[in-house]
Design a protein around this ligand. Structure first.
Ligand code: NAP
Length: 293
């Protein structure tokens, strides 16, 4: 049996669907049972609870030969770093106590740095914690920026035809569709073809500049979209005006700053694999429907 955390989310959903399609026994985990219903209908068992609760995390892992683990985003939390630490502690101790042998951890490019990269520091710490577990085979799946991050721009695109971000217009990013990450993780968990502690970077098929990005999104939604580079101060103000807590905002601003310094990138000398979904396909199949097109 394979436990999939975050199974009603972007990556966990795709991982669970892949494993079920291949006939594997799957336990899907989330807090809201209604969001897991389709996977249960497709044959999964479910475990419903909060993975900040170490006892629940352990129970969800008990009897699993393998697991897909991640630190789910939680923008509503009071203290983002403390929340991330609780999740890492609960999942790592659960993996250890339940004796799970194979784990795919959703990590991030830039996770080789121990500080200065905002939320990515927590996946660095998670990797380090899993390295301490003897006999565990762990694959650190360091994904690039998700294409889904562009969905945060829906409001300003609708209102003003503007997509804003801290990167220069010419900055090209090899974004990845989150469904590709889940399918890749599902494939590795199906085959259990990793041993010891290993790293793989997973990126989208092609780097897309911010200018190209707005062109592709504009084509998909049928209206011109302009890119506006925004200073980090304005990004910070915008997030706070949008209702996010300062302690959460500062962590993300640190990541944007690190990205600008080139720190949020694959670690040299480690393998990089490319996922199939192009930004054009994402724009047509995910962004345009979310826009209401
Ligand atoms: N965005 C990027 O560019 C990027 C790049 C690299 C890595 N990452 C990593 O990817 C993660 C997001 O992955 P994703 O897109 O697959 O997530 P997602 O779509 O936001 O899904 C989160 C999942 O976790 C569950 N969940 C949330 N809080 C929970 C809790 N306290 N206890 C139990 N389950 C909980 C959710 O279900 P319920 O709501 O029902 O609980 C849902 O199934 C980030 O947090 C980051 O670590 C992101």
């Amino acid at each position: 049996m394979i436990t999939v955390f975050g199974a009603s989310g972007n990556t966990g959903g795709a991982a669970a669907a892949h494993l079920l399609k291949k006939g594997r026994k799957v336990r899907v985990v989330g807090r809201r049972p209604e969001k897991l219903a389709a996977l249960v209908k497709a044959g999964a068992e479910s475990a419903v609870g909060d993975l900040e609760d170490a006892r629940f995390a352990r129970a969800a892992l008990t009897g699993a030969e393998a697991a897909y683990v991640l630190i789910p985003p939680n923008l509503a939390t009071e203290d983002f770093r403390a929340y991330q630490k609780r999740v890492v502690a609960a999942l790592a101790s659960g993996i250890e106590a339940a004796g799970v042998r194979h784990v795919v951890l959703l990590s991030s490019i830039g996770a080789h740095h121990s500080s200065g990269t905002g939320p990515i520091v927590a996946v660095h710490d998670f990797e380090e914690r899993l390295k301490e577990i003897g006999g565990l085979n762990a694959l650190f799946l360091r994904a690039g920026f998700f294409m889904e991050n562009t969905l945060m721009g829906l409001g300003s695109i609708k209102a003003q035809g503007i997509y804003g971000g801290p990167m220069p217009a010419e900055a090209a990013v090899q974004m990845i569709a989150s469904a590709d990450i889940g399918a890749y993780a599902g494939g590795r968990l199906e085959r259990l073809d990793f041993s010891g502690k290993s790293v793989v970077h997973l990126l989208g098929p092609k780097a897309v500049s911010q200018t190209e990005l707005v062109g592709i999104l504009g084509q998909a939604v049928g209206k011109p979209i302009h890119y506006a580079q925004v200073s980090l101060d304005d990004v910070e103000k915008g997030m706070i005006q949008g209702g996010m807590r300062p302690a959460v905002v500062s962590v993300f601003v640190e990541m944007y700053r690190a990205a600008g310094q080139g720190l949020v990138a694959p670690e040299e000398g480690r393998p990089v694999e490319l996922a199939p979904t192009t930004f054009e396909t994402f724009a047509k199949n995910v962004f345009a429907p979310a826009y209401g097109k």
